[in-house]
Design a protein around this ligand. Structure first.
Ligand code: HEM
Ligand code: HEM
Length: 472
């Protein structure tokens, strides 16, 4: 049976995710540099901040995150269902179809083709391709769940299932548009309706792609790395239904103090506050699983990366509900504080989880049990922490200061600070964020070198992968 598992396609997805992690983050670093040294757009339309920004978000979200989620979901669904993939041709069509989407993004975004909707910038022909590939992925995943040889559906698959269904739904609804030429379309929605649909998408891309998908992946790999079962299966069910129940309603917390009806804003705020509960239930569950093997946790960098990811997740999901409260949002909205919130979760939770999975999974996929250098893993670990800390602290200070400067009024009601003054204030914090980003990217380069050395070790160093039975 195991011999029939399609591991080759999993390897392709994982290696591609690794490549996109580097490319996406390098573009992010370039953006951070441009915000401090604007001349770095080289006076070229192709290097403008506005064109590179969607390349960064698409690169890290659709390149790095979706590739790692597709790869791990197709691996986990085979192993936990004890069945090979539903259809191997379909698996390769999903792989190549998705890479075609990404290549088209790399070409069209710098050329300036955009719908101008955040995280949904790609134009309509690419949207159609995405929808087709996603439906094939859904058929492949659920088809494999359907032919499983064990009765039980492992919890990771529930999260992957929600990720696949919700992303399909919100992507299609948000991207309904009128094409006016091959590379230009306009949304069928307008005004506040457009805003609500856009943030229904935007927020649930966060909730189901950057959160539910990653949680699904982590439930399996944390248990594997810890060599223990999940701490509480019941809590993982609370985690699942809480996220699915509350997330889809919370999108309007992006539209506080906008012209969207107050009750719609309030609904988003209440759901955001409620989200705290399932988020922390999930974080607690993963934390307790990690702590169930304290001996290994002391020295195992895969577990330490996971531990860091879970802690950052807990922090981001505390900050998120706070940001949705009107009083906080009044200060934070449109400031760098939001970008800091995004990256404390994106780097701390998404990227750290990804690194842990790469370190656990890649050597084993090629038949090695250990990385070439533990010391380099340690360097990567600390570089990542330094990077995130500098990034988040810089943007907390820069963002909160900026927010208060915008709000401050003179006695006659005029604004106390000009916009330029607020930008001058943020400047040094942009530099600090750039340095933080550079540490983070340097960590990724260290990881890549370590993989290179691991996978080019002599054949003798290769042992049959030591799979642990838990969570299968
Ligand atoms: C070294 C790593 C990274 C650096 C230096 C970086 C830098 C940046 C910069 C400079 C921006 C533009 C902010 C602005 O418009 O003011 C940005 C936006 C963004 N990045 Fe990153 N980034 C990195 C990694 C990541 C990762 C791994 C993810 C997701 C997994 C991510 C997700 C995003 C998102 C969602 C936005 C839009 C934020 C918003 O609109 O508030 N970034 N990034
Ligand atoms: C309980 C969980 C969370 C809640 C309630 C929450 C809430 C919020 C709020 C209120 C904003 C600010 C909206 C604004 O005024 O502009 C925001 C922005 C954002 N959050 Fe969260 N957050 C949560 C967790 C996360 C996580 C785990 C991630 C990423 C992995 C994330 C990614 C983002 C992104 C990308 C934005 C910026 C969107 C944009 O303006 O482009 N959030 N979040």
């Amino acid at each position: 049976m195991e011999a029939d598992y399609n591991i080759r396609v999993v390897k392709y997805f994982i290696v591609t995710a690794l490549a996109w992690a580097l490319v996406g983050m390098l573009v992010g670093l370039m953006l951070a540099a441009q915000l401090y040294w604007p001349a770095l757009n080289f006076d070229s339309e192709y290097f403008q901040f506005g064109r590179l920004r969607p390349l960064h978000t698409s690169g890290v979200i659709f390149g790095f995150t979706v590739n790692i989620l597709m790869g791990t979901s197709l691996y986990i669904v085979q192993r936990t269902g004890r069945t090979p993939l539903f259809n191997n041709t379909l698996a390769w069509m999903v792989y190549w179809g998705w890479q075609l989407v990404l290549m088209l993004a790399v070409i069209t975004l710098p050329l300036g083709f955009t719908t101008s909707k955040e995280y949904a910038e790609l134009e309509w022909p690419i949207d159609i391709l995405i929808a087709v590939v996603w439906v094939m992925y859904a058929v492949l995943f659920f088809g494999t769940v359907g032919k499983r040889t064990v009765k039980h559906i492992f919890v990771s698959n529930w999260f992957f299932g929600a990720f696949i269904i919700v992303i399909a739904m919100i992507f299609i609804v948000n991207n309904l548009e009128y094409p006016v030429s091959l590379w230009k379309s306009y949304s069928i929605y307008s005004g506040t309706q457009d805003a609500i649909v856009q943030w229904w998408w935007g927020h649930n891309a966060v909730g189901f792609l950057l959160t539910a998908g990653i949680i699904g992946m982590n439930y399996y790999f944390i248990s594997k790395a810890t060599e223990r079962p999940i701490y509480s299966y019941r809590l993982s069910v609370v985690n699942f239904w809480g996220l699915v129940g509350f997330y889809t309603w919370a999108g309007t917390h992006h539209l506080i103090y906008s012209s969207v009806d107050d009750w719609v804003q309030n609904l988003g705020i209440i759901m955001s506050l409620l989200l705290w509960l399932p988020s922390w239930a999930g974080a607690f569950n993963n934390l307790m699983t990690l702590l169930s093997n304290k001996e290994k946790l002391k020295h195992d960098f895969v577990m330490l990366f996971f531990l860091s990811a879970v802690i950052y997740y807990a922090l981001a999901t505390l900050e998120g509900p706070l940001l949705s409260i009107r009083w906080f949002n009044m200060v934070a909205h449109n400031t760098e504080w939001i970008v800091g919130h995004v990256h404390s979760a994106a780097l701390g939770w998404v990227a750290m989880s990804g690194f842990a999975v790469f370190y656990y999974f890649i050597p084993r996929l090629w038949g090695y049990t250990e990385m070439w250098s533990r010391r380099l893993m340690k360097w990567h670990f600390w570089f990542s922490h330094i990077g995130i800390t500098l990034y988040a602290v810089a943007l907390w200070i820069g963002g909160i200061g900026q927010g208060y400067m915008w709000l401050k009024q003179n006695a006659d009601g005029s604004l106390a600070y000009s916009f330029v003054e607020s930008m001058n204030f943020v400047g040094p914090w942009f530099l600090m964020r750039f340095i933080g980003g550079a540490f983070f990217v340097a960590g990724v380069l260290i990881m890549l070198y370590n993989f290179y050395r691991t996978l080019t070790q002599s054949w003798d160093a290769r042992e049959p992968a030591r799979e642990v039975a838990y969570a299968d």
